[in-house]
Write a protein that binds this ligand. Structure first.
Ligand SMILES: [Zn+2]
Length: 217
């Protein structure tokens, strides 16, 4: 094998990219990635979506910026800029039908060599994230991670399509409560449910009072 590890850009290399070389040489790469290549993203796509395998376009650009090191000497440090654009079908939390959500990612990363270095890196800049680089860096995984992070917290249509009359009353009656229960998780949900549920002992009490019969009347 005489493959030059310093030459990335074929699709296979995107899962094993020499990210340090990519940055130091100021390389650029671009392409498309399908949702079917992103298993965690695909999980978010409802089975009744019109298209479960949409395509995201991405661009990556390596660069270096001079930084003062611990020894007081300035040295070029590796950076990566990543942009991803596209749409994915996800489920609207309001009407529960699938809709197409546009996602934009534009992130800049300072590439460090180790987890320790990442932990120590001063996060004085909101614009720059820190990632641990590798000579076999999985760029597709980074793209997927960023797309997942860019999903709306509560995905929903700007304006939901008209719901059939027969469904409206049901939707209205249930609105809010089930969602809140889900979001609160275990403890919150059970505590919140308590007051709404008829108290069986109160009911029993009523029976006892009513049962022996109308003494007070
Ligand atoms: Zn909707």
């Amino acid at each position: 094998m005489t493959q030059n590890p310093g030459k990335p850009a074929s699709p296979a290399d995107l899962r094993a990219l020499d990210i340090f070389e990519f940055a130091q040489s100021g390389r650029q790469a671009a392409g498309g990635v399908r949702v079917s290549q992103l298993p965690r993203m695909l999980n978010e796509v409802p089975s009744d979506a019109p298209d479960r395998d949409t395509v995201f376009t991405w661009q990556a650009e390596g660069s270096t910026q001079p930084e003062l090191q611990d020894n007081g000497i300035e040295a070029p440090q590796p950076y990566l800029r990543l942009a991803v654009h596209g749409s994915v079908w996800i489920e609207c939390q309001r009407c529960l039908s699938p809709y197409s959500q546009h996602l934009d990612v534009d992130a800049t990363y300072r590439i460090v060599a180790t987890e320790e270095e990442a932990d120590e890196y001063p996060l004085d800049d909101d614009e720059v994230e820190v990632i641990v680089g590798s000579r076999q860096f999985d760029l597709v995984d980074l793209i997927e991670e960023e797309l997942l992070l860019s999903l709306p917290l509560v995905p929903k249509h700007d304006v939901c399509p008209e719901v059939h009359e027969s469904l409206v009353s049901g939707v209205e009656g249930a609105e809010g409560e089930p969602d809140e229960g889900l979001q609160n998780g275990g403890e919150g949900a059970s505590a919140g449910d308590e007051p709404a549920r008829p108290n069986p002992f109160a009911a029993l009490e009523k029976l006892k009072q009513g049962g022996p019969g109308d003494k007070k009347h």
